[in-house]
Write a protein that binds this ligand. Structure first.
Ligand code: ADP
Ligand code: AMP
Length: 214
C-alpha cells in the first residue's frame, strides 16, 4: 500500500502517518524528519536544508527528490509506505509518478487532511517535538504525560524553530502556492481521499481506516 499524506503544515499528517505505519506495518517516510536528522548530524545536506527550513521555504527539489526516491527503493519499502511531507510541489509529484511508473507501480491513496488556516497557527504554536526520537505532542490537545518530556524515550521536547509564529505564516503561504495544487493533481489521478482533520486525532484515524480498510 503506497500512501501519500497531503495537508497544510500542522494539519496532523505526521500524527496520522505514524498511526497508519503502526497499524499497517509499513514505514513512515518523512522528508522533514530526514532533513532534521541531517541537521542534527551536521551533514552537508543538513547545512543546506537548514537555511531554507528556518525561513519557512521549501528545500529545493534538486536536494529532495533523489533523497526520497532512494529511500523508497530500500528493502523495507517493498510492501509500501506512507509518505509524509513529500511530494510538496507538482515537479516532485511528477518525479515520483515517473519513478513508480518505471517499476509498474503507482500511488494507491493520497489522503488530504483538511484543516483551515485559522486552526493551523494554534496547532503549530503548540507542537512540541522530541529532540531524540521525533515523536510529536501538542501542549493542549495531545500533551505528554510529564510536561516537556517525551513519553516514548524520556528526552526533552522542543518548539521547532520553524514553528515560531513569524515562520508559520510564511509556511502557510508557501503551502497554498506550491503544495495545495497537488490536491487537484491526485484528484485527477482518481486516488484522492479527504478527511476532516479538525476532529480529535483518533476520530481522524477512524476515518482513515474506513478508507484504507481494517
Ligand atoms: P504535520 O505533520 O501535518 O505538520 P503534526 O502531525 O505534527 O502535523 O501535527 C501538528 C500539531 O497538531 C502537533 O502538535 C500535533 O500533536 C497536533 N495535532 C495533530 N493532530 C491533531 C488533532 N486531530 N487535534 C488536535 N491536535 C492535533
Ligand atoms: P515538515 O516536517 O514536513 O513540516 O517539513 C519541515 C520543512 O522541511 C519544510 O518546511 C521544508 O522546508 C522542508 N521539507 C520537508 N519536506 C520537503 C519537501 N518534500 N520539499 C521541500 N522541502 C521540504
Amino acid at each position: 500500500m503506497k500512501i501519500i499524506m497531503l495537508g497544510a503544515p500542522g494539519a496532523g499528517k505526521g500524527t496520522q502517518a505514524k498511526m497508519i505505519a503502526a497499524k499497517y506495518g509499513i514505514p513512515h517516510v518523512s522528508t522533514g524528519d530526514i532533513f532534521r536528522a541531517n541537521i542534527k548530524n551536521g551533514t552537508e545536506l543538513g547545512k543546506k536544508a537548514k537555511t531554507y527550513m528556518d525561513a519557512g521555504q521549501l528545500v529545493p527539489d534538486s536536494l529532495t527528490v533523489d533523497l526520497l526516491i532512494d529511500r523508497i527503493s530500500q528493502d523495507d519499502c517493498a510492501n509500501g509506505y506512507v509518505l509524509d511531507g513529500f511530494p510538496r510541489t507538482i515537479p516532485q509529484a511528477q518525479c515520483l509518478e515517473d519513478a513508480l511508473a518505471a517499476r509498474g507501480e503507482s500511488v494507491d491513496y493520497a489522503i488530504n487532511v483538511e484543516v483551515p488556516d485559522s486552526n493551523i497557527v494554534n496547532r503549530m504554536g503548540g507542537r512540541r517535538a522530541c529532540v531524540t526520537c521525533g515523536a510529536t505532542y501538542h501542549i493542549v490537545h495531545i500533551p505528554p504525560k510529564k510536561e516537556g518530556i517525551c513519553d516514548k524515550c524520556g528526552s526533552g521536547l522542543i518548539l521547532r524553530d520553524d514553528d515560531k509564529p513569524e515562520t508559520v505564516q510564511n509556511r502557510l503561504k508557501v503551502y497554498h502556492e506550491q503544495t495545495q495544487p497537488l490536491i487537484d493533481f491526485y484528484s485527477k489521478k482518481g486516488v484522492l481521499k479527504e478527511v476532516d482533520g479538525t476532529q480529535e486525532m483518533n476520530a481522524v484515524f477512524e476515518d482513515i481506516v474506513k478508507i484504507l480498510g481494517a
